[in-house]
Ligand binder design. Structure first.
Ligand code: ARG
Ligand code: ZN
Length: 458
C-alpha cells in the first residue's frame, strides 16, 4: 500500500500549478492492475510499447549499471504514475526529456512528470541507476531476478523478478517489444531475448545487442551472462537458434530436441510465434528450476530431455498466449506438461492416455484436493496441481470431446490469443464453442473440484 505521507506531496504540487478544471480531470495512476496474488504487480494509467534496456554488469563486483528507456501511451490523463522497481540508486529520471520527481516505496516507484500526461498521448521515461541487485524471494521461497553465478548472472523473473533489475510495468497484461544492450567483460557472453543484432567490443568490454520484436510479458525477459560456449545456427525454415552452454559443468546435449519440438508443436498448435529460438544451460544449480524466458529458455541445471520439450511448448502457451492473472498459471503449466506427454506419444513412447492414467492412479493426493484453477495462494503457483492436474485436465478433455475437436480447440485457442492474454473462463468458453458441447460439469470437476473426478467415459 502507498503511504499517505508520500502520495500527498505530488498531489498538492499538481493542484497548485494547474487550473482547477484541468486538475480535476487528472488522475494518479494506480499502483497495481488487480492481480489477486500480486496486487502491486503492474500499474494503471498507461500501456508500455517498448523497453530499451542498456545494462552494464561487472561480475567481479556484482554492480549493475542500468539505463532504461520506456516508451508508453497514457490511457488516462495523469498527474503521476508508478513503475515497479526494487533497489538500486536512481541517478536520473526524466519524462519526455524533462527531469521528473520521484518517490519510492517498496517496489513502487512513483513518478511525477513536470507536465501532466494527456490521455492517448505517447511519453518516454528514462531511468539511470546503479547498484548491486537484490535477488527476489518468491512466496514459494524460490529465488529469481538478477542472480549472480560464479562467472556472471542467471536472470529469470517468474512471477516477479523483473523489477529486481529493470523498471517495468510488471504485469503479464502489459506486453511490449524490447531492445537489449548488455555490456559484460570481453570474453563473456550476454544472452537476451529475440535475435542477436551484433556484438561489439571496446577495450575490455563487449556489448551484446539483442532485439525482441514480438510482444513479450515483462517476466519473460532475460539477460543471462557469463562464460558460455555458443552455437548459433538457423533451421531450414530460417529460424535462428541460439544455444549457450556453460562448460564443462553443462553439455546441453538435450538441446538437440529443440528443432524436433518446434516442428511438432508448429504442426499441432500453429506456426512458431517468435523470430528466434534457443536455450541457455547455466551452472546455477542452486536456483533449481528452468524458465521459459521468451525465445531462449534458461536452465539452471543440465537441461533434461522432457524439460527442454516443456520449455519449448511454453513459447506457444505462456509466452505467446499469457494468463491475465497469475492464479490462472495452469494455462501455462498444464499445457506445457501435456505437451511433454504428447511429444512422448508422437516420438514412439507412452501415449498421453497412458501417462494420464499413471498420474490419475498415483497415490499423491495433493493435486486432488488443490484444484488447478483455484490454487489457494501464490506459494502454490509452481506446484503439482497446475502442472500435473492441469495436464490431466487437457488429456481428460481430449478423451471427452474427441481428437478432432480437441486439436481444433488447441489451434483456435492459440490463433485467437497469440500475443494476448487469457483467462480460465475464456478457455472454457472456447472449448464449448469449438466442440459444440456443454462442458461446465467437466470443467467444474477437473479445474475446481477438490476430489478426484471420474475418468472420461467411466
Ligand atoms: N515456469 C517455469 C517452468 O515450469 C517454472 C518457474 C518457477 N519459478 C519459481 N519462482 N518457482 O518451467
Ligand atoms: Zn513450465
Amino acid at each position: 500500500m502507498l503511504r499517505p505521507s508520500l502520495i500527498a506531496v505530488p498531489l498538492v504540487l499538481s493542484a497548485l500549478v494547474l487550473p482547477p478544471t484541468a486538475a480535476a480531470q487528472l488522475s494518479v495512476g494506480s499502483d497495481g492492475l488487480g492481480d489477486e496474488y500480486f496486487p502491486l504487480a503492474g500499474n494503471g494509467g498507461y500501456d508500455v510499447g517498448h523497453y530499451t534496456l542498456r545494462l552494464d554488469y561487472e561480475p567481479a563486483t556484482d554492480v549493475l549499471d542500468g539505463h532504461v528507456t520506456i516508451r508508453a501511451t497514457a490511457t488516462e490523463s495523469l498527474s503521476r504514475f508508478n513503475l515497479d522497481f526494487r533497489g538500486f540508486d536512481i541517478q536520473a529520471l526524466s519524462v519526455d526529456d524533462l527531469p521528473a520527481s520521484f518517490l519510492r516505496d517498496g517496489q513502487e516507484l512513483m513518478v511525477t512528470p513536470q507536465e501532466p500526461l494527456t490521455a492517448g498521448g505517447e511519453f518516454t521515461v528514462d531511468v539511470r541507476y546503479s547498484g548491486v541487485p537484490d535477488v527476489v524471494v518468491d512466496p514459494d521461497d524460490s529465488i529469481e531476478g538478477w542472480i549472480p553465478t560464479d562467472d556472471g548472472a542467471f536472470v529469470v523473473n517468474e512471477p516477479q523478478g523483473s523489477p529486481g533489475w529493470y523498471p517495468a510495468n510488471d504485469n503479464p497484461r502489459d506486453k511490449a517489444t524490447f531492445d537489449f544492450r548488455v555490456t559484460v567483460p570481453r570474453g563473456k557472453v550476454a544472452l537476451a531475448n529475440g535475435v542477436l543484432r551484433r556484438s561489439a567490443s571496446v577495450g575490455t568490454r563487449t556489448t551484446w545487442y539483442w532485439r525482441q520484436d514480438e510482444p513479450m510479458a515483462t517476466y519473460l525477459a532475460t539477460a543471462t551472462n557469463g562464460d558460455f560456449e555458443t552455437n548459433f545456427f538457423a533451421l531450414d525454415s530460417g529460424l535462428p537458434v541460439y544455444i549457450a552452454v556453460d562448460r564443462p559443468e553443462r553439455t546441453g546435449a538435450n538441446f538437440s530436441r529443440i528443432p524436433q519440438a518446434i516442428a511438432l508443436f508448429s504442426e499441432t498448435y500453429g506456426p512458431y510465434p517468435f523470430s528466434a529460438a534457443g536455450g541457455i544451460a547455466d551452472n546455477a544449480g542452486f536456483v533449481g528450476y528452468a524458465l521459459e524466458t521468451q525465445t531462449k529458455a534458461n536452465y539452471a541445471n543440465e537441461p533434461g530431455a522432457s524439460t527442454v520439450v516443456h520449455e519449448v511448448a511454453h513459447e506457444w502457451f505462456g509466452n505467446a498466449v499469457t494468463p491475465v492473472q497469475w492464479r490462472d498459471i495452469w494455462l501455462n503449466e498444464g499445457f506445457a506438461r501435456w505437451s511433454e506427454w504428447y511429444f512422448t506419444e508422437r516420438t514412439g513412447g507412452a501415449t498421453a492416455a497412458v501417462t494420464f492414467r499413471a498420474n490419475y492412479n498415483s497415490r499423491t493426493t495433493a493435486y486432488w484436493t488443490r484444484p488447478p484453477a483455484d490454487l489457494g495462494g501464490a506459494e502454490f503457483l509452481f506446484a503439482d496441481p497446475a502442472y500435473r492436474r492441469g495436464a490431466m485436465t487437457l488429456q481428460a478433455l481430449r478423451e471427452t470431446i474427441g481428437e478432432a475437436d480437441f486439436f481444433a480447440l488447441l489451434r483456435t485457442w492459440y490463433a485467437e490469443n497469440k500475443y494476448g492474454n487469457v483467462t480460465t473462463a475464456g478457455f472454457i468458453e472456447t472449448a464449448e464453442r469449438v466442440s459444440g458441447e456443454e462442458l461446465s460439469a467437466f470443467f467444474q470437476a477437473w479445474l475446481y473440484g477438490t476430489t478426484r473426478p471420474p475418468l472420461p467415459g467411466a
